[in-house]
Ligand binder design. Structure first.
Ligand code: SF4
Ligand code: SF4
Length: 452
């Protein structure tokens, strides 16, 4: 197997993650993924409502600037989710993206919901020799772009085990239908047919979402009556669209205890990733992973929890497997942040220790953090062998101020300062300093009480 190049900037140093991404874009040759004038989709995860772990808009804006510098015509995009939270429809996703800071003003280009207002705009991407799928559904706006740059936040994921480039492509670039397929909701063996139905657990009109629950099934497979047993579920017509969340919150429709679907899901991600990378063209897709603010769960939950690892830096590659391998390897080598999820007492395998797998061991059901990577290798999507190349900063004068500004800011203040002179004002100071350095040192003698 060939050895792929992965370029890396460590987490330390007086160089921002915005610049690291820009510099890595250049040294990894991601500009070679498009020609001048090409439409370039920049795929991000814009974060769930109230989540704060997603990549900062300025990081994305930096890549937008770099794509433009190389002559590309960028747009930033995300897709609707297959469940109905704050990104379930295009109009909700635009609001969530704006609340999280992703707007044309902050990005310097348009923000697009790539699978349209209802997540139904898609292109069927063929797949040969997949592990689970015969084809996948790529969000239309991405499919119609000339190139794809994938910016991923490396972190844990409740079902994918970890989230980075493979998941950002395999799930993140899918339409709703594509996401449902990859989640294996419609799989004839361990999808909907295997789910358990407990109508007796429904509390009927006492449920705060009774009305909504009874009305939101697009196929009429799930209905509610006013008499016990309230719910009726015809699984023969249920399309596993997950618009109802399969009643996960109330245990009326639940996944079986030994959930094969969830255990295979990380591997199914790689099927779709293969279909989409091949659809776009291998030389038309580039990846940057930001292993910063590494949370135990994905940016698709409405919280972030404490970071489980110190920042590991920024990675870039043209190989989707090698870049995720490099991040996972770095996470294994590092000790977890004390007090974070890997230290929770109920967990087995001491996941907090350097040398142990962090993500495998914080999952609620046993799934290997290498599942997606192993499945992608089986599909020939890239190489697990990689050369990790430490990048160096570029010319310093390029950085630290907007590139559109030719002059130092003092150039623009020289005229108003000469007319409206700021005063040199020694008389604003007291003659004696009233506080000593000793008084300023040490913790104040404060009493603290705790309750609750
Ligand atoms: S099925 Fe669940 S969510 Fe729906 S009304 Fe009954 S208790 Fe509420
Ligand atoms: S998953 Fe099935 S029951 Fe739920 S909304 Fe979709 S079709 Fe209806």
């Amino acid at each position: 197997m060939s050895v792929s190049k992965v370029y890396h900037f460590g987490p330390r140093g007086r160089i921002s993650d915005v610049i690291k991404g820009q510099r890595l874009f250049e040294v990894a040759g991601l500009n070679e993924c498009f020609d001048k004038g090409d439409s370039v989709a920049i795929k991000i995860h814009c974060g769930e409502w109230d989540n704060t772990g997603y990549l900062r808009p300025s990081i994305v804006a930096g890549i937008v600037e770099t794509v433009k510098e190389y002559g590309g015509d960028p747009f930033v995009c995300d897709t609707t989710t297959c469940y109905l939270r704050s990104r379930g429809t295009g109009r909700d996703e635009l609001l969530t993206a704006a609340r999280n800071g992703f707007t044309p003003q902050t990005l310097g280009c348009s923000f697009v919901v790539a699978d349209g207002p209802y997540g139904l705009n898609e292109v069927k991407a063929p797949l040969e020799n997949g592990n689970f799928l015969k084809h996948a559904y790529l969000a239309e706006a991405i499919a119609n772009a000339d190139s794809l740059i994938v910016l991923s936040h490396f972190k844990g994921h409740g079902e994918g085990v970890y989230g980075a480039a493979l998941k950002n492509v395999g799930i993140g670039c899918s339409s709703k239908q594509g996401k449902s397929n990859v989640h294996l909701f419609q799989h004839p063996i361990f999808g909907v047919p295997a789910y358990e139905f407990h109508p007796e657990k429904c509390v009927g009109e006492e449920c705060p979402i009774y009305k909504r629950c009874g009305e939101n099934c697009p196929t009429g497979s799930f209905t509610l009556s006013t008499e016990k047993p309230y719910p009726r579920w015809d699984r023969s017509t249920c399309i596993g669209c997950y618009e109802c969340g399969l009643r996960g919150a109330c245990e009326v429709v639940v996944q079986p205890e030994a959930d094969t679907r969830r255990r295979y899901f990380p591997a199914a991600i790689s099927d779709a990733a293969k279909a989409y990378v091949d659809y776009m063209g291998r030389d038309r897709v580039g990846f940057i992973n930001y292993a910063i603010d590494i949370t135990p769960t994905c940016d698709c939950v409405p919280y972030s929890d404490m970071h489980i690892l110190p920042n590991l830096g920024v990675f870039a590659s043209k190989d989707i497997i090698a870049i995720d391998m490099a991040c996972l390897d770095a996470s294994v080598q590092m000790q977890a942040v004390p007090g974070s999820r890997p230290y929770d007492e109920e967990l087995e395998g001491e996941p907090w220790k350097a040398g142990n797998e962090k993500f495998t061991n914080i999952m609620r059901i046993p799934v290997s953090q290498w599942s997606s990577v192993n499945a992608a290798l089986k599909l020939g999507l890239g190489s697990a062998d990689y050369e990790l190349i430490e990048a160096t900063p570029g010319p310093r004068e390029r950085y630290g101020q907007p590139k559109y500004r030719e002059h130092h800011p003092s150039y623009f203040t020289r005229k108003p300062f000469s007319v409206n002179k700021p005063r040199f004002e020694p008389e604003c100071y007291l003659e004696d300093i009233k506080v000593t350095l000793e008084e300023l040192s040490g913790r104040p003698n404060a009493k603290v009480t705790r309750s609750g």
